[in-house]
Structure formats: structure tokens, C-alpha cells
Design a binder for this molecule. Sequence first.
Ligand code: FAD
Ligand code: NAI
Length: 508
Amino acid sequence: RTTLRWVWRLTYVSVLGAFVYIGYEIYQDRNPEPQVPRDPSKKTLVILGTGWGSVSLLKKLDTENYNVVVISPRNYFLFTPLLPSCTTGLIEHRSIMEPIRSICRSKKGPVTFYEAEASSVDVNHKIVKIRDNSDIRGVTTETEVPYDMLVVGVGAENATFGIPGVRENSCFLKEIGDAQQIRKKIMDCVETAAFKDQPEAEIDRLLHMVVVGGGPTGVEFAGELRDFFEDDIRKLIPDIADRFRVTLIEALPNVLPSFSKQLIEYTESTFKEEEITIHTKTMVKKVTDKTVEAEASKPDGTKERIVFPYGLLVWATGNTLRPLVRDMMASIPAQKDSRRGLAVNEYLVVQGARDIWAVGDCAVAGYAPTAQVASQEGTFLARLFNNMAKTAELEDRIQTLSSSLNLKPGVDSASVSREIEDTERKLQRIKDIKPFHYSHQGSLAYIGSEKAVADVSWFNGNVASGGTMTYYFWRSAYLSMVFSTRNRLLVLNDWFKSKLFGRDISRE
Ligand code: FAD
Ligand code: NAI
């Protein structure tokens, strides 16, 4: 009984503590401290993008040290790992968006934000040209922003490899708008298939959802789609439920090439149970408004042409360069051999450019284009810039002390000399910043039916696991990583709501 009483007390105190903590976080978000005034004598640090790389930098940057200007066509940060869940309404899209204005306001030093796209960078004159591409435009739609230091974190675009018909007919899955479009289209296909007197072949086409690309994006989306049909559509529209099919097409011999062999096999067998058809060694060659044409390599080495009629096509074949990055690479001679993005050195400095750094998917630092890499790069740059500011401050201090030693009579030269020595030691420590080193924490992917796969780094080794327990790990890991307390509560609420009432299938 005494033990039980203690367990009860401990639980009570922990829950109370959690509530107090959440309450304090919310209070702080709603009542940010006054910011220090802008200081025009400080250097201007321009950050392009509001994605993983740029926002991680902003989060850890001492903004009092610079005049920070953030430029992005997107006035929010998007937590991409949960984006596939938005395509079916399991999570509402606003739950994984964090307004950049609140991130900027939470900083001690002021941060200016312009909702605009950087259209070009003049690396010689240190100027970024920006353009307002939003629906509502003022008199000024294009202007220039000069910089002393520039960080490029504009991410990447969807690769289509120039395959005809892809851009016109498929949905991508990179931005919030993409997820919303997919959600609408799924329900449009369902309602159109349920339309009176719809021919059988047309019902089959409309309810055939094709995903091209067996990387993590394609796999996670296929899993979410299957859950949606099993959990909700099957119950609400049983007449058509058995006609629903998901096909995943992958050019390589297996899906999830970056995961370990046993997890690839586990994913493929789980997909079999979920009746998701996988076509590996199958390369899509052409897309029309109703069909996907692909070429499959058969075991005997011959090729077979397959035509897949579809209702919804989601294209998830990875990344390509954004035009801004391509133009920058063309204007910097040292970048001429780089193909996949801005080549950077071990301090993330863009090679061949002065005072330009790059982070995330647009930078080539020898790592995979993931959120994990981008956020570690952003955090590294914040440390670098904080150190640079401190270095300048300490160098100024040493100069002032040295001149007082030489010029001012009557100063206690012994104590000043000691202070100079101390400051020099501090300076040395700060200057000794190590190059960027990526620490891989592991890879996680949801594969449907409340199962996930995880390759997690553990004491210099790797632990591979798949199944329902991994799914709970996946959920708790991402819940702990979402940007803010607000996001965390909203995502929790969405999961709870969908479990209780099912997903909202109304088409906006
Ligand atoms: P982004 O996060 O893409 O941000 C780019 C920013 O630049 C955006 O704000 C954009 O609006 C802005 N921008 C674009 N053009 C311009 C311009 N001309 N001027 C100024 N700004 C511009 N990675 C993981 O590690 N784990 C996961 O679970 C995971 N899940 C994913 C799920 C999905 C569906 C997707 C699509 C990706 C996922 N990733 C995951 C990959 C991860 O999202 C990317 O690697 C990461 O977003 C890269 O960060 P970034 O800062 O380089 O670019
Ligand atoms: P990806 O590059 O990882 O995979 C794309 C796949 O499409 C490749 O396997 C490729 O072989 C295939 N492909 C290309 N052209 C094709 C064609 N014509 N026909 C058929 N298949 C074709 O791209 P993805 O999944 O969008 O991921 C991009 C990045 O984001 C990766 O670095 C990935 O690790 C990361 N990511 C991580 C996630 C996670 O950790 N859970 C989730 C989503 C993305």
C-alpha cells in the first residue's frame, strides 16, 4: 500500500510538473521579452529559406550580434517528417507548421523577415535580388537586399528527370500545398468512382493509386494511403472498398535503398500483407493524364512495357537543384564541377565564394539530403557565427586594453596585462572551432498498419528494428522533435481525434 501511495504521488507530481512546464512555455511564447534595438553598425547576415537548415541556424543564433534578415517565399517552418500523414487527414496541416514570425519574435535581437523568393545572388557585389511572388502584391514587387554574410538554405525541387507528362499530371509531396492537393484528389477519385453508373473499368482506374519512387517519401505515403482506406473509407463507403489498390513503382531492385537489408525485406513483406503491390526494377518512362507507362527489367534481361491506369499519381523520385542554386553555381567558377548542389568545405563555406555558406539539401557536403543533416548543419553555423561575433568582440577588447597599456599613464599595467592574457586565451579557445561533423542518429520510416522501420545508431553500432513497438518509437521520436509545444499539442490532438472519430473525409 505504501508503495502504491508513493507511485501515485510520483505520478501526480510528474503530471503536475509537465502541466506547469507546458504552461510556462505557452506563456513565454505568448509574452516574449522586449527585443534589443537594431544596431546598424553590426554586419548584415541574410538567411535564405525557412526550412530545416535555416531555422535550425536561426534557433541557435545569438541574433544580437548581427542584423539578421530572413528571406523565404514560405512564412512558416514545415515539419516534413509528418507531411505524409497530412495527405489523408490523419494530421491537419497547420499542426506541423510554425509561423516564422513567432520564431523571429522569440529571438533576443530583432530579425527582419521578407516573404519573397530570392531570384538571384550577385556574389561579387554581395546583393540578393528578391521578388514577391504571392497573390497580393504591392507597388514594389522586386528589390535588392545587400549582405555582409549570406546563408543559402533554399532546399531542393522535385526531380522529374524530364520524363514527359510528370509535371502536368502528377502530385508531388514536398510542401503543404502538395499534401492538401493529394488529400482533395484522393476523395475526388473515391467520390467519382462511387458516382452512379460509373463503368467497372473506370472504377478500377479511379481507385488505383500509383506512387512512383520507393524511397522513404513514396513508402511512407503508400503506407498512409493504405491505412486511410482500411480505417475509414472501407467503413464509410463499403461498396467500392474492395476495388481500391495501391501500386509502388521503383527503378532499383528494392525499396528503401538507404535502409538495412533486413528492414527492406520486412517492409516488402509488410506491403504484401497490406496488399500494396511493389514493382521493382521498373522505370517510369512516360505519364499521361490517365496512365503511367513503365519499362520493367525481367530476370532474363529482357524488358517489358507495362501500362498502369491510375486515378491518383504521386511522384516521389527525389531531389533536383532549384534555379537559384543552378544560377549561383554557374556564376562561381569553382563550382563548375559540382552537379548536385553548392559544393561547400568542412565549415560549410561555399567554395569559390566570399562570405557565403550553404546548408541542407542545396549544399553538397557529402551527406544525404535529410532533415537530420540540414538541422545539424544549421546548428553548426549558428555556433560558428556566434563564435565569430565573440572573436571580433574579444579582439576589440584586446586592442583597447593594449592601447590603454601603451598610452594611458597611471594604469595598473600588471592587471591589464593579465586581462589581456586571459582574453587571448579565451580568444584562442573560441577560434579553435572544429569543422562540421555529421552525427547520424538513425533513420525511421512509417510503413502502414501501425508499423515502422528504424535503423538507429547505438554505441557506434546499428540497431535495426521493425514493427509496432518501432511505430510507437517513431511516433514519440517525432512528437518530441516537432518545433514547438503548440505543434506538439496539436499533433497529439490530431492523433487522438482520428483514433476516436476517424479521419475527416470531407473534400474542401
Ligand atoms: P527545406 O526544408 O526544403 O527548406 C527550404 C526553404 O527554402 C523553404 O522555406 C523554401 O520555401 C525556401 N526557398 C525555396 N526557394 C527559395 C528562394 N528562391 N529564395 C528563398 N527561399 C527559398 N528527412 C529526415 O531526416 N527525416 C524524415 O523523416 C524526413 N521526412 C521527409 C518527408 C517528406 C515528405 C519529405 C518531402 C522530406 C523528408 N525529409 C526527411 C527530408 C527533409 O525534409 C529535407 O532534407 C529537409 O527539408 C532539407 O532542409 P532544407 O533546409 O535544406 O530545405
Ligand atoms: P529518394 O531519392 O530517397 O528516392 C527516390 C526513388 O525514386 C529512388 O529509389 C529512385 O530509384 C526512384 N526513381 C527515380 N526515378 C524513377 C523512375 N523514373 N521510375 C521509378 N522509380 C524511380 O527520394 P525521397 O523518398 O523523396 O527522399 C528524398 C530525401 O529525403 C532522401 O534523402 C530521404 O532519405 C529523405 N527522406 C527521409 C525520410 C525518412 O527518414 N523517413 C522520409 C522522406 C524523405
